[in-house]
Design a protein around this ligand. Structure first.
Ligand code: COA
Length: 320
């Protein structure tokens, strides 16, 4: 069995920033409410000419450069996204064309906010089994295109962006384990309607619906369980983890997972204040931030985790 190692990271955030204050003139809300309940101060929003694949391209190019890998050497592209450019072809195929990558496998993974963790888990399996040697794994979301800006409980939460990693077959230990779960009984608590099929029920425009409080309760319990599962699978103790990179859904959910790990908040990579919840992009965006600012160093052990609509949840234990 081969090891799969993250050898480069990259990210992209659109230029336009929308602050909580900006929302005060659009909906019945306040900066204080949003910040106190979520930990969010601002989020990035894509411009008209941008798309999920164009953000993925920017992040991918940075990750390729960091890894010292040519796009032409990539033999697998997986994008976690719930806001694809088109229903099909996949955003991964569109990116493949943009990068000028040859005839490798390219597909999207639809696992809501856990999309990047799922994509990483799949790339891990491909590489371990010898099915790929150099993979591009991306989380990219244009959430602003699918938000209902009259629904104050969702539109203030989400932001846009993309994060990417290059995962390569390696002799060194890298991705130690990945864990993926789902439970479809919760499908109505957090979803985006499909305008192709759901027109009668939900109107003709895709938009997100979230029963935040119910989601919150399940997320806290579930993420605690996955932390235990991941440590147990690797025979590790809480104190063996150098960094926690959580999905950035809510600062209170993140704090409770950190507490469970006995981890001080300085060891948790946070982007939520400046980026909001970027769904599948949040984990790779946070990873790239902490790699580039020098906090995460070679040899560090990182626990990544995410939770989202489905419900789907997952984790990855990674040695950098
Ligand atoms: N500004 C002001 N008030 C708001 C508001 C806003 N932006 N959004 C909702 N409210 C109101 C609600 O209408 C409700 O008012 P009511 O009591 O008069 O009905 C009140 O605030 C409380 O709503 P509630 O939904 O119970 O708030 P909350 O404390 O649960 O916070 C979330 C809402 C969305 C921030 C929180 O539930 C959350 O983060 N949930 C988890 C999200 C998540 O993890 N998603 C999964 C991954 S994407």
């Amino acid at each position: 069995m081969l090891n799969a190692k993250i050898t480069g990271t990259g990210s992209y955030l659109p230029e336009k920033i929308v602050t909580n204050k900006d929302f005060e003139s659009i909906i019945d809300t306040t900066d204080e409410w949003i910040y106190a309940r979520t930990g969010i101060k601002q989020r990035h929003v894509i411009a008209k000419h941008e798309t999920t694949s164009s953000m993925a391209e920017m992040a991918a190019n940075q990750a390729l450069e960091a890894a010292g890998v040519n796009a032409s050497d990539i033999d697998l592209i997986i994008i976690g996204t719930s806001s694809p450019d088109r229903v099909f072809p996949s955003t991964a195929c569109i990116l493949q064309q943009k990068l000028g990558v040859g005839d490798c496998a390219a597909f999207d993974v639809q696992a809501a906010c856990s999309g990047f963790i799922y994509a990483l888990g799949i790339a891990h399996q491909f590489i371990k089994s010898g099915g790929a040697t150099k993979a591009l794994v991306i989380g990219a979301e244009a959430n602003s295109r699918i938000l209902d800006y009259t629904d104050r409980s969702t539109c203030v939460i989400f932001g846009d962006g993309a994060g990417a990693v290059v995962v390569e077959a390696s002799d060194e230990q890298g991705i130690m384990s990945t864990h993926m779960h789902s439970d479809g009984q919760y499908q109505d608590l957090l979803y985006i309607n499909n305008p192709i099929k759901d027109q009668q029920q939900d109107g003709d425009k895709a938009h997100m619906t979230m029963h935040g409080n119910d989601v919150y309760k399940v997320a806290v319990k579930t993420l605690s369980r996955i932390v235990d599962e991941t440590l147990e699978a690797n025979g590790m103790k809480k104190s063996d983890i150098d960094w926690l990179i959580p999905h950035q859904a809510n600062i209170r959910i993140i704090s409770s997972v950190a507490k469970k790990l006995g981890m001080p908040m300085e060891k948790v990579v946070l982007t939520i204040e400046n980026q909001g919840n970027t769904s599948a992009a949040s984990v790779p965006l946070a990873l790239d931030l902490a790699v580039r600012d020098g906090r995460i160093k070679k040899g560090d052990t990182i626990l990544m985790e995410a939770f989202g609509g489905g419900f789907v949840w997952g984790s990855a234990l990674v040695r950098m």
